[in-house]
Design a binder for this molecule. Sequence first.
Ligand SMILES: Cc1cc2nc3c(=O)[nH]c(=O)nc-3n(C[C@H](O)[C@H](O)[C@H](O)COP(=O)(O)OP(=O)(O)OC[C@H]3O[C@@H](n4cnc5c(N)ncnc54)[C@H](O)[C@@H]3O)c2cc1C
Length: 371
Amino acid sequence: MEIAIMGAGMAGLSCATTLEKHGIKPTIFEKRSRVGDRFVNAEATFSILNRPIKDELQYLKENYDINLRPTDMVNKLVIHSKNEIGCIDGPIGYINIRGRHENAYECQLEKQVKSKINFNSTYEYEQLCKEFEYVILATGDGAYACKLGNYRCDLTCTIKGATVEGEFLTNIAHVWFNYDIIPKGYAWLIPFSEKEANLVIAYPDYPSNIKLDVNTIWEMFYNTACRALDENFKITDRFEITRYMMGICDKAIIDNTYFVGNCFGTISPGLGFGQFTSILTGVYSAYDLCNLEKYEKLTKPLFENYNNSINLRRFLENLSDDNIDLITKNLDNKLLDKLVNKITSNESQLEVLKVLTPTMKLWNHYKKVKS
Ligand SMILES: Cc1cc2nc3c(=O)[nH]c(=O)nc-3n(C[C@H](O)[C@H](O)[C@H](O)COP(=O)(O)OP(=O)(O)OC[C@H]3O[C@@H](n4cnc5c(N)ncnc54)[C@H](O)[C@@H]3O)c2cc1C
């Protein structure tokens, strides 16, 4: 069977290693000169978003023989709102590296793949589609799916970030919801060593945000983060992404083409997590090609997850800074603290996003009617 994988990232490489385990050798095309050839970036996975799976890394290892080493666990998430700070403690998830770093997840996946990767590829999808029996579209965005009329783009985002030097505890991540500075968006700090972290802002490109100057917002946030962590972060690298697409395909497969990773719609619009589901879609597409299980069936829960996450995005956008202050403040209320820590811990199997969706929908409806 002649299979082309377009894109050697999280989804493409997960598909490749799974196919190989079942005796199929794909041909992999990667436009960059090596795997992960982009800015170094610390990312995270939060178990609460992957329920009923308790521990995503253990799950990948035990079920699909995909082995990934994080840099650390996330044992504390510090939430900063405009005027408050709250914490969630416990085994929340994992921190990992992406991009041009030997321990980047994509580089770890590359080591698990035996097939040759054709780097500096200039192949267009249309060519691969004609020359191969099947194409796995794993290019990391919805552009091709859009072109094929198979993608609903719900929003695009402006993202600006930097690698900063300072002193960090590698198991503590920070997130900021401060609409005064970043309207309808958020920011985060994820450390990838005791000396380095990524500081990033992201906000939706809604008409009300288009007139904003990303550099001004970044400067304001950078100063806020320095003050909050009592540091004077030294910036060693910068990156900026414009119009980062968040959306989902109508169909997981069209003809001989499988849409996987962000091409499928694995990035959750609520909080921007997409790594775990990208790996899953890679594995699932391979399972379909090996006649083990149907891709459409396997990806069905991902559609539901995506739609719940859109509700979370709208819910967050409908909150005011005062609302967020109130929630953040109450995270440290003893009773609530215990409950939140229990729910967010990977010991819990509660599908929080699913459970909260009806309430979020109601709130979103109320806000729409009120406006
Ligand atoms: C700044 C930022 C922070 C993020 N933080 C998190 C986080 O904390 N947690 C989380 O879970 N997710 C996070 N995400 C999302 C996550 O990174 C993505 O969902 C995930 O990487 C998508 O995997 P993928 O395989 O679809 O794409 P990728 O892993 O990006 O791989 C796509 C590959 O395709 C290649 N390619 C592109 N075009 C072509 C072409 N024409 N031909 C051949 N190859 C091509 C690319 O070079 C790349 O190697 C973040 C995203 C960004 C941008």
